[in-house]
Ligand binder design. Structure first.
Ligand code: SAH
Length: 378
C-alpha cells in the first residue's frame, strides 16, 4: 500500500520560517519577531499538532490579516510518506522522505492498552553496533527538529487520529534509526514538543529516549529534559560490550553505570531505567552472563527488557532459543530484578527492533569498508 500525504518544499518557502519543528519557546520567539503577542504560539501549536493543519487559511480563530502576515513570514511543512506497510499483527511501518536522497522509517505498534510510535533521530547511524541492521547502512546526517516531529505528525494523520480527542499514539520511543543522544540539539526540543499540552501532551513517563550509552548526553538529558531513559546494554562486561556496542570503548561500563545511577537519583521520569538486552545465541545469553548482569546492575533502580534478536541479511548472529531466554530471565528474577521478555512485533515487514534500514545515502562508506574487511577475512 502506498499513501501520499503531500508535497515538497515550495521554492518561495526557502526564506520563511518553518513552524513544524518549533517548540513553544521557539514559537514565542517567532511571534515576537514579527511583532505579535506570545499567546499566538499556543494557538498555532494546537492547529499544527493537534489538528494536523498545515494551511494558515484553515486556522479560523486567527484573523485574516494575521493569517496573511503569517503566510509572508512562515510556512508549515507537510512531510511526505513514500510507503506504508501493514504487518499481520497490526504494526504499521512508514517510509518518510526527508530529502531527495534519504528516507527514514517510523513504526506504530498497537497493543491492547497503548499505541507506541517508534521514531528515528538520524539518517542511518554512526555507532556500528554489530547486531543492528541500521548500522549496516552507515550514517548520513542528523535529523532536524521538523524531520523528527514530522514522524508523529504524519503518523497521527495516517491513523486518522486527533491527538486531543482520541489518542491512538500514547507512547513515543526514540528507538528507530539513529542514536538520539548524538543529536541532542534536535531531539531535546522535539521531546518537549511531544510533552507540551498544546501539542501532543504525552506524559514524561510515555516518552522514552533510548541510548547506546553516550554518557555526557545522559547527564545533559537529566539536566534539560525530564523523560524516561532506556539503555541498550546488551553485555555485562567490557570485553563483550566492546564487540557488540563499540561506543563502549569510549564510555566503558565503569563510566556508564554511575551516569545511570545519577539519572535515577535525580528522580527523573519513571524513576527507573529500562535496560535493554538483545539475546544473541551463545554470545551474551549464558547463565554466567546473567549472573554478571545481576552484579553489574547492583542496586540500580531498573527494569530489564530481554529483546529477541531480529535477524537481517548477512548477520552472523542467531536468536537465542526460548529456553536460553527463560534461563537468563530466571537468574534475574531470583536476584529480585524485574525482567520482561519483549514480544517481537512487525517482523514480517522488517519493522522490528534493529531491522529499520530506511534509505540512506551513506557518507561513511561503511558498506565499502565491510566488503574490504570481508574479503581480507576470506
Ligand atoms: N541508538 C539507540 C536507539 C536505536 S536502537 C540505542 O542504541 O538504544 C533501539 C533498540 O533496538 C536498541 O536497544 C538496539 O540495541 C535494539 N536492536 C538493534 N538491533 C537489533 C536487532 N537486530 N534485534 C533486536 N534488537 C535490536
Amino acid at each position: 500500500m502506498s499513501v501520499e500525504i503531500v508535497s515538497t518544499t515550495p521554492s518561495e518557502s526557502i526564506s520563511k520560517v518553518d513552524l513544524l519543528g518549533l517548540d513553544y519557546d521557539a514559537l514565542v520567539v517567532f511571534f515576537e519577531s514579527i511583532g505579535e503577542k506570545s499567546f499566538r504560539a499556543k494557538q498555532v501549536m494546537k492547529w499544527i499538532h493537534q489538528l494536523g493543519v498545515s494551511d494558515f487559511d484553515l486556522m479560523t480563530n486567527i484573523s485574516k490579516p494575521l493569517r496573511e502576515k503569517l503566510k509572508q513570514h512562515a510556512w508549515i511543512r507537510s512531510p511526505k510518506i513514500v510507503t506504508e506497510q501493514l504487518s499481520d499483527d497490526g504494526t504499521i511501518k512508514w517510509l518518510i522522505e526527508v530529502d531527495q536522497q534519504n528516507c527514514i522509517e517510523t513504526v506504530f505498534i498497537p497493543e491492547a492498552d497503548r499505541g507506541t510510535l517508534c521514531i528515528s533521530s538520524q539518517v542511518g547511524c554512526a555507532l556500528d553496533c554489530s547486531f543492528c541492521a541500521t548500522a549496516q547502512q552507515g550514517f548520513n546526517r542528523n535529523l532536524e527538529n521538523w524531520e523528527i516531529i514530522a514522524q508523529m505528525w504524519v503518523a497521527n494523520k495516517a491513523l486518522g487520529a486527533n491527538p486531543k480527542a482520541e489518542r491512538k499514539i500514547s507512547n513515543v520511543v526514540f528507538m528507530g534509526m539513529g542514536e538520539p543522544l548524538l543529536n541532542v540539539t534536535h531531539v531535546f526540543p522535539v521531546a518537549k514538543l511531544l510533552m507540551d499540552d498544546n501539542a501532543y501532551g504525552l506524559s514524561k513517563r510515555r516518552v522514552t529516549i533510548s541510548t547506546a550509552g553516550v554518557v555526557p548526553a545522559i547527564d545533559k538529558l537529566k539536566d534539560e529534559v525530564d523523560v524516561s531513559l532506556a539503555i541498550s546494554l546488551h553485555a555485562p562486561n567490557n570485553a563483550l560490550r566492546d564487540q557488540l556496542v563499540p561506543i563502549n570503548k569510549k564510555y566503558p561500563l565503569e563510566v556508564l553505570m554511575p551516569a545511570l545511577h545519577r539519572y535515577v537519583a535525580d528522580g527523573h521520569a519513571k524513576k527507573h531505567i529500562t535496560v535493554e538486552y538483545v539475546m544473541l545465541d551463545q554470545v551474551n545469553d549464558e547463565e554466567e552472563h546473567a549472573h554478571q548482569l545481576v552484579e553489574l546492575l547492583g542496586n540500580l533502580i531498573c527494569k530489564v527488557n530481554l529483546i529477541p534478536f531480529n535477524p537481517f541479511p548477512n548477520t552472523p548472529y542467531l536468536r537465542s532459543s526460548n529456553n536460553r531466554v527463560h534461563r537468563f530471565q530466571r537468574v534475574l528474577h531470583e536476584a529480585g530484578i524485574n525482567c520482561t521478555i519483549r514480544k517481537t512485533r512487525g517482523d514480517d515487514i522488517d519493522a522490528a527492533c534493529g531491522q529499520l534500514a530506511g534509505k540512506v545515502k551513506d557518507r561513511t562508506k561503511r558498506t565499502l569498508h565491510r566488503v574490504n574487511f570481508e574479503s581480507k577475512v576470506v
